[in-house]
Design a protein around this ligand. Structure first.
Ligand SMILES: [Zn+2]
Length: 391
């Protein structure tokens, strides 16, 4: 007697296929054998232009990189280096990168170390941003203490402030326990103001792809990414919705009109009409394109219109993280930059958005937006120059 078939096997059988167990399909398996999605690596048969862009057409400032890391909710810890400045400079010189902004420089001694080894030792090639002291947010007097830390960071040479998605999704009333702290919590008001008063732009990552807020099931377009990183899911529990997080950030931008906010990952790259509404409403809002060319590039006509319309409010960023093979869409190196340049400069069609055998963020490819020179220059460098107050 035959054993009971599972659902997948039933579907295969109904389709005329043999009901084989869903094990790894060897390369010489019969054509009708089930194939685990993780092993599916289709090669495009399109005969399309393949333009290699080894160097950016104009000098570039990468506004969003992680050369250093300085701890999180548990306290600052020791500054971690993901690459040496020399390793970065070799790639930068090959790719026509004028500068990299290391956004995660921490604060206090960590920040001073990052500034000394990057910004001071290689003037004009690196800029370092500070970060809030998350582990101290439950202390009485935190609002003033945090504003003072921004002043201290400014004196030490920090050029901006980075706020990770920690705010809104991880930080809790007692740092790691209690209710989640909202993005527009009033205790951060002195921090946003101090940054604005010192002309330090704020790069702020709020929320995540919409699929991260949905069940990890067969309808989830990022199933493979979430399956590989289940801790990236914000489905259920006490997490706010994407829209609640976005709206809280809008409250912050509204309350601090003198402060410049660069909303990272194109703010909400899957919903360009909404991001456009936000940019129209908040003149102090900017966006970067880091780790979102996979989203922008699969809606190339909308993306091109968006980049053209907001050409003065978009900065180039990659989220580049040296030596991080588990996030190929951010893996710092020549291959990563060549994909970004190809997306922005060419009209090539249907190419991978990440240097990886399989698309890491979702099963699709992207299309170049072929930006005109004037727009390209602004996004590559001019907007960043203005935000950083450079000559
Ligand atoms: Zn980042």
């Amino acid at each position: 007697m035959s054993r009971k078939l599972n659902r997948r096997e039933l579907i295969a059988a109904a389709a005329g296929g043999a009901a084989l167990p869903l094990a790894a399909a060897p390369q010489n398996a019969p054509a009708n054998a089930p194939l685990p999605v993780s092993e599916f690596e289709p090669k495009s048969m399109l005969h399309t232009a393949e333009t290699r862009v080894p160097r950016a057409r104009y000098p570039v400032i990468d506004f969003h990189t992680h050369i250093t890391g300085a701890g999180g909710l548990g306290g600052p810890g020791k500054l971690r280096w993901s690459a040496t400045p020399e390793e970065c400079l070799a790639v930068m010189d090959r790719k026509n990168l004028r500068a990299m902004v290391d956004v995660t420089g921490g604060y206090g001694d960590n920040l001073r170390e990052a500034i000394a080894k990057l910004q001071t030792a290689h003037a004009g090639r690196f800029f370092v941003f500070t970060e809030p002291a998350w582990s101290r947010t439950a202390e009485p007097g935190y609002p003033k203490l945090q504003a003072d830390l921004i002043e201290d960071a400014h004196r030490a040479g920090a050029r901006g402030l980075k706020v990770l998605k920690t705010l809104g999704l991880f930080l809790r009333e007692n740092v790691t326990t209690g209710p989640l702290v909202k993005v527009d919590d009033k205790r951060f008001d002195p921090m946003w103001e101090a940054a604005g008063a010192n002309r330090m732009p704020i790069t702020i990552h709020t929320s995540d792809p919409e699929a991260f807020f949905l069940p990890i099931d067969r309808f989830n377009e990022r199933w493979e990414e979430l399956h590989a990183h289940p801790d990236w899911s914000f489905h259920g529990k006490d997490f706010p919705s994407n829209r609640e997080l976005q709206e809280a950030r809008r409250n912050v931008m509204r309350r601090h009109p003198r402060t410049q906010f660069v909303c990272l990952h194109t703010a909400d790259a899957e919903n360009l009409p909404y991001v456009s509404e936000c940019l129209d409403a908040h003149p102090n809002m900017y966006v970067d394109i880091a780790a979102r060319i996979g989203e922008l590039g699969r809606q190339p006509r909308a993306a091109r219109k968006f980049l053209d319309r907001y050409q003065d409010r978009v900065v180039f960023g990659t989220d580049a993280s040296p030596n991080s093979p588990n996030v190929p869409q951010q893996l710092f190196g020549d291959a990563l930059y060549e994909i970004y340049f190809r997306f922005l400069e060419t009209e090539d069609e249907y190419f991978p958005y990440a240097p990886a055998a399989k698309p890491p963020q979702g099963r699709w490819n992207i299309y170049g937006v072929g930006l005109p020179d004037g727009v390209l220059r602004k996004i590559y460098q001019d907007n960043a120059v203005r935000l950083l107050g450079l000559a």
